[in-house]
Design a protein around this ligand. Structure first.
Ligand code: GN1
Ligand code: MG
Length: 401
């Protein structure tokens, strides 16, 4: 189903549904270009930016009810934490009602309303060591809040109630340890960071692709060249490494991931305060079972990149190893108690895993005819993929010495 764009007046009425006492004449709407997926609007009240109204993209998130459930669970989890000590927080949401966070319109499209933060800064790429530290600490603490209860509960249960666990395990014929928090957060997108799944999608798309193997186009003042044959050779070369990494990370839990992760832990999903207020962790729709290494890797990918994801000039696309190290140290010092033996074995591949998977996803979307990510021109996904593959080679070179 294609969703018709709403007029300003319709959007203002959406805000009114959340806050019935609002005077609609005072509101103004402006579309924002946030992220690749959802539709977002800045709402001004009497000229002051006050809220962000967002429609969840239900073509991507086909189980939006699960997104709302996970969001509720996350709010509950963070309620138990002190913002003052943590120095991170969730973005404040204006709930639609006591039961429902989101407003579901007549087309069953979910809308949500967030408070707009005017003092915080959103960085597309990292400007300083201090921001690298702040970001690593923020996503590390986020992981800790998600996973520490699981770890603590497990230890408690193991000590106090070994027999009970034994009994439950037998009754439920589970071969894994009880996973308490991951029970509450079900996947909103299946196999999201599974390289096996992404490789399958790529192979299917490739089999159907009948376009050129060498593309050459002009974008702004840049002449761009894409060699899909070379890309395919490299994908084939590196896939086995990442398939075995995924296997190792998930095999302790019977083939699925045992930890919870943010799954979109990039720098631009943080709002950082210039002084000392809490950092706000955004874009919570993919908080679900995953691996801590996904968040470490995605953070490293975004923090250490010198330019935007769709930079046309490859010369500008470089890894900054000083920021990389800082982010890694700050992230790992937060989650040290949660890291497993298997995690430890693959830490050095976390960034390349995520960079490779992103390249593969952008490339696959191009092969499919640009159905998933929003694109401003036909080769937009190729530009994004080329940048990820370019970074990927720099990371592998650094790792392999
Ligand atoms: C998408 O929503 P946004 O633009 O932050 C994508 C992420 C990718 C990211 C690349 C649901 O995130 O997985 O890392 O683009 N989100 C989804 O920038 O696919
Ligand atoms: Mg996202």
């Amino acid at each position: 189903m294609s969703i018709k764009k709403k007029t300003s007046s319709e959007l203002i009425h959406k805000v009114h549904s959340f806050i019935p006492e609002i005077l609609v004449d005072e509101l103004e709407v402006q579309q924002l270009g946030l992220g690749h997926i959802h539709e977002s609007y800045l709402i001004q009240q009497s000229g002051t930016p006050t809220w962000i109204l967002q429609r969840i993209n239900t073509q991507v998130f086909t189980k939006p009810e699960q997104v709302e459930k996970n969001h509720q669970a996350l709010i509950q989890l963070f309620k138990k934490e002190s913002i003052e000590t943590l120095k991170i927080q969730l973005p404040e949401i204006v709930p639609y009602s006591a039961e429902s966070l989101y407003y579901w319109d007549a087309d069953h499209q979910p809308w949500r309303l967030y408070t707009f933060y005017d003092e915080h800064v959103c960085y597309e790429y990292c400007p300083s060591l201090e921001i690298a530290h702040n970001a690593g600490r923020a996503f590390g603490r986020f992981s800790k809040v998600l996973n520490q209860r699981d770890a603590n509960q497990r230890i408690k249960l193991e000590h106090k109630n070994d027999l009970m666990i034994e009994k439950n395990l037998q009754e439920n014929s589970l071969h894994t340890k009880p996973n308490l928090t991951t029970e509450e957060f079900k996947p909103t997108l299946e196999a999201f960071h599974s390289i096996q799944h992404r490789a399958h999608q790529y192979h299917t798309a490739w089999a159907k692709y009948h376009g050129p193997l060498h593309l050459s186009t002009q974008q702004e003042s840049q002449k761009l060249r894409f060699d899909l044959v070379a890309w395919n050779i490299n994908i084939k070369k590196y896939l086995p490494i990442f398939l075995s990494m995924e296997n190792a990370l998930s095999s302790e839990n019977g083939g699925s991931f045992a930890q919870l992760s943010h799954n979109d832990a990039k720098l631009s999903n943080l709002l950082i305060h210039p002084k000392n207020k809490s950092t706000i962790v955004l874009d919570l729709d993919t908080v679900m079972p995953g691996s801590l290494l996904f968040d470490l890797g995605d953070g490293l990918r975004s923090i250490a990149t010198s330019t935007k994801e769709d930079e046309l000039d490859l010369m500008e696309v470089r890894m900054n190893w000083v920021y990389y190290q800082q982010y890694q140290d700050s992230f790992l010092s937060e989650v040290s108690s949660l890291i497993t033996e298997v995690d430890r074995r693959y830490i050095h591949l976390a960034c390349s895993y995520m960079t490779f998977i992103m390249g593969l996803r952008f490339y696959t979307d191009f092969l499919n005819g640009n159905l998933y990510y929003s694109c401003n021109y036909p080769e937009h996904n190729l530009v994004r993929a080329r940048n990820q593959f370019h970074l990927f080679h720099q990371i592998m070179e650094e790792i392999n010495g």
